[in-house]
Design a protein around this ligand. Structure first.
Ligand SMILES: Cc1ncc(COP(=O)(O)O)c(C=O)c1O
Length: 378
């Protein structure tokens, strides 16, 4: 199917690009370390097609709630990394006993360890608080200072539990190489302070994917190697954005054109909520593939979304081609923190197509009123 014939609004997932991203990042890491795990951050976009493809590629699933843990299990992930402050006790204990990597993030989780069978031999990790030089305030995650020391002591005191790793995820503003230099240095500092020889060091995610002028997979891997190669531990990374931003493209169509106070207003059937749920971005990677050569230009056009929010305004186009009803507006790089955060607002999840082996097929339909009611058992 030609992309211009897709029914909008919709996302198009490029399965080959997603596979290539995973292989490239895994390969970049494996070039420096003998044992590595690439765990996809499920929260970043949990569409089942994405999870299927990454599971087929051999990715682990990084989950941060009971819901995500159950989803990863249901979709057959063999390797699971369970993080975050909102784990539930049942899945926490099940995951540890099932051999998942479980990184503790709170004192209540330390308490739960007492409920593991006393005759077993289990492993856990601790999330270390990482506050970066670039931070305006402190990170709210992980154990810090005296509480980290207490957590290490409490785990080490348990005869049936071993402290197998440390976790140092940070999502930073800059996503710079400097962030990963800092994380690697922090890891080494913690290992030295507590005399640990861990099986794994989990660096977390927070990397750029394919973004002009920004670091790529190989550069991140090289920086991690500078800091961590000598420590002999398995290196785990948990990329979300770096794997899934670029393989998804959002397609909208122009559904109306009007004039307000002498300005041309172009209404489309997509919304800022579809591609920028925090309404923070100031521009997008956008294209107009259905606009033919030589189309008349307009001095200014404001392209607005389909919701009833006044600030659902996508972008202003100056001296661009006049957009007409039926034109497609294509937004690239829209896979991360978009679909997963879209509210059920006015119209529900849009349809998703998948391009795989050079053909495009509908993967999931848009959610209907009945799909919504089904969720409530009505
Ligand atoms: C623990 C953890 N790992 C990985 C990620 C993925 O981050 P990113 O999408 O920036 O790679 C997140 C995101 O919040 C996270 O909280």
């Amino acid at each position: 199917m030609n992309d211009n014939r897709l029914r909008t609004p919709c996302f198009l997932l490029d399965a080959d690009e997603l596979r290539a991203n995973f292989r490239d990042f895994a390969g970049a890491l494996a070039a420096h370390f003998s044992e590595t795990t690439v765990a996809y951050s499920v929260k970043t976009n949990s569409h089942p097609e994405i999870l299927r493809i990454l599971r087929e590629e051999g990715a682990a699933a990084e989950v941060v709630s009971d819901t995500e843990y159950r989803l990863a299990r249901a979709l057959g992930f063999e390797s699971i990394i369970y993080n975050g402050p909102v784990k539930e006790k049942d899945s926490f204990l099940e995951a540890i006993q099932g051999g998942a990597v479980v990184n503790l993030d709170s004192r209540r989780e330390l308490d739960w360890l007492a409920e593991l069978p006393s005759d077993g031999c289990f492993k856990v990790g601790l999330r270390v608080n990482v506050t970066l030089p670039e931070d305006e305030t402190f990170s709210r995650f992980g154990f810090d200072g005296a509480e980290l020391a207490e957590a290490v002591t409490r785990v080490q005191a348990l005869p049936n539990v071993r402290l197998a790793g440390i976790h140092l995820h940070r999502t930073s503003k800059s996503r710079s190489l400097e962030v990963y230099r800092h994380i690697a240095a922090k890891a080494i500092q913690v290992l030295q302070e507590f005399g640990l020889k861990p099986e794994y060091i989990d660096i977390g995610g927070g990397f750029f994917g394919h973004f002009p002028g920004k670091p790529g997979y190989a550069e991140y891997a090289a920086v991690l190697a500078e800091g961590l190669r000598e420590c002999g531990a398995r290196i785990i990374i948990e990329p979300g954005n770096a794997l899934i931003a670029s393989p998804l493209t959002f397609f909208a169509s122009v559904i109306d054109v009007k004039t307000v106070r002498n300005e041309r207003v172009v209404v489309c059937d997509g919304s800022r909520g579809d591609i920028d749920p925090f309404f923070r971005k100031t521009d997008y990677f956008k294209e107009f593939p259905t606009v033919e050569e030589g189309r008349q230009t307009a001095p200014v056009q404001t392209v607005v979304g389909c919701t009833c929010l006044e600030n659902d305004r996508l972008f202003r186009l100056e001296d661009g081609p006049e957009l007409h009803v039926g034109d497609h507006i294509v937004f690239r790089n829209t896979g991360a923190y978009t679909m997963a955060l879209s509210p059920l607002f006015i119209r529900y999840f849009p349809r998703v197509y998948v391009r795989e082996n050079a053909t495009v097929r509908p993967a999931t339909a848009e959610w209907t009123a009945q799909d919504y009611l089904n969720g409530y058992g009505i």
